[in-house]
Design a protein around this ligand. Structure first.
Ligand code: CTP
Length: 407
């Protein structure tokens, strides 16, 4: 981002405080950031905070004589490589969709000839409202890009979709827009498994696990971003579908295996799902009833198919590169190498799931890449999006080397 100029519009919402972190990260990467603060935005962050972090004057008033004399709103919106709205409120999104221009932010957005990225943040009901969804559809049709929102607990106490994307994610979206990446995986087919599996006990109860699907979904998104044709087979998760990816939703391990087999042939398979090792041998068709004084039921379990192993040990039609995960709390490398041999896959990303790492459901992951024919690579603690991006770089290099060797 060295030398790139970003016009950051900060609208009024409790998430506005995250724009401060966003500015810091953009400047660390060498971008110049100039801020426009709306009147409502100024209720949440101060012009002084934005000015200190961006190292530039903050613009807020459309009719300020000095602002207009020094920097007309037209120039302000043009002297940038990208306009980013974070947080983008329902109100500003509505103004953008209708071409209103009654303050500096909306006027700059109407006057700009540069790409625009919005990072929406609002209450889940406001997000779901048909009016907001109509406005977003209009903006998408107008070529406005979007990052987030994320699901989770809101400042207002409600839970749902509407949280501002994390600064890391917004930075990744900005980087992608500023430097459209080469598409090193164009023409490559990829299969990714993600999320937990859910194994039925009876029509209302099930056995599942804490996998959030964040890492698997990030890998699918990164593969698609690099040009691959991606099928994502996912257990039930709260993650939004990654853009440009074919998503197949399943519940059980048996259904996940069937969906994976139906997605073949592929060149790359990445098994990131936390597949239940066992399922209930005979799920009940009627709800299991509690009988007064009766003994607790015993569940007979049957082993689930190992999807990674099945794909890796496939004869004809085996993906060229099969990658698995190993969740470990100790001896990461030893356990990962044993798993590599036992499953017959090519690479394993061994992740440390000891409690203090908060990997499950978290934004970060600490992994080691273990390859049958290469030195171990210990990666620093990275966001799951960055882990995905690094993995995709390695996958592209591997496939390129394999093509050269075959030629
Ligand atoms: N996996 C799979 N199908 C299964 C079980 C696991 O595809 N039925 C895949 C996972 O997606 C992951 C890897 O295998 O890529 C993990 O292997 P697993 O043997 O389950 O290891 P851990 O989860 O690390 O657990 P354990 O150490 O108990 O073996």
């Amino acid at each position: 981002m060295q030398g790139n100029r970003i016009l950051l519009i900060v609208a009024g919402g409790i998430a506005a405080y995250k724009s401060l972190e966003l500015i810091r990260r953009l400047r660390e990467r060498g971008a110049a950031v100039r801020c426009v603060l709306t009147r409502a935005g100024a209720e949440f962050v101060t012009p002084l905070a934005l000015a200190s972090l961006s190292g530039d004057k903050v613009f807020s008033d459309l009719f300020s004589l000095t602002d207009e004399a020094e920097m007309g709103h037209i120039r302000l919106s043009r002297e940038a490589d990208l306009v980013v709205v974070a947080p983008a409120t329902a109100d500003l999104i509505a103004k953008m969709a209708h071409g209103l221009a009654d303050d500096l932010a909306s006027t700059a957005l109407l006057a700009t000839d540069k790409p625009v990225l919005i990072a929406p943040a609002m209450n889940p009901e406001m997000w779901q409202h048909p009016a907001t969804q109509r406005n977003l559809a209009q903006l998408a049709a107008d070529g406005v890009r979007q990052v987030g929102p994320a699901p989770g607990e809101m400042a207002c106490g409600e839970t749902g979709l509407g949280r501002l994307a994390e600064p890391d994610e917004i930075v990744a979206a900005i980087a992608a827009l500023l430097a459209p990446v080469a598409r090193p995986l164009a023409g490559v087919r990829a299969l990714v498994t993600s999320g937990p599996t859910v194994e039925a006990i009876d029509p209302v109860r099930f056995i599942a696990n804490r996998s959030s699907g964040k890492q698997g979904h990030a890998i699918a998104a990164a593969l698609a971003g690099a040009g691959a044709e991606v099928t994502l087979v996912s257990g039930p998760v709260h993650e939004p579908d990654p853009a440009g990816v074919r998503v197949v939703r399943v519940e059980s391990a048996v259904a996940m295996l069937a969906a994976c087999q139906a997605a073949l042939p592929v060149e790359v398979a990445v098994c990131a799902a936390a597949v239940a090792d066992w399922r209930v041998a005979e799920p009940l068709t009627q709800k299991l009833k509690k009988r007064a004084g009766g003994a607790a039921p015993t569940l007979a379990l049957a082993e689930n198919p190992d999807i990674l192993k099945t794909l890796a040990r496939r004869g004809p039609g085996r993906p060229e590169l099969v990658i698995g995960f190993a969740a470990e709390t100790e001896d990461l490398e030893g356990n990962a190498r044993r798993k590599l041999a036992a499953k017959g896959c090519d690479w394993i990303l061994a992740n440390d799931v000891s409690r203090e790492q908060a990997t499950f459901g978290g934004v970060y992951n600490t992994v080691k890449l273990v390859r049958a024919d290469a030195e171990l690579e210990a990666w620093p603690r990275l966001s799951k999006a960055e882990v995905a991006a690094r993995l995709v770089v390695r996958i592209a290099a591997h496939l390129r080397a394999a093509t050269v060797a075959a030629a």
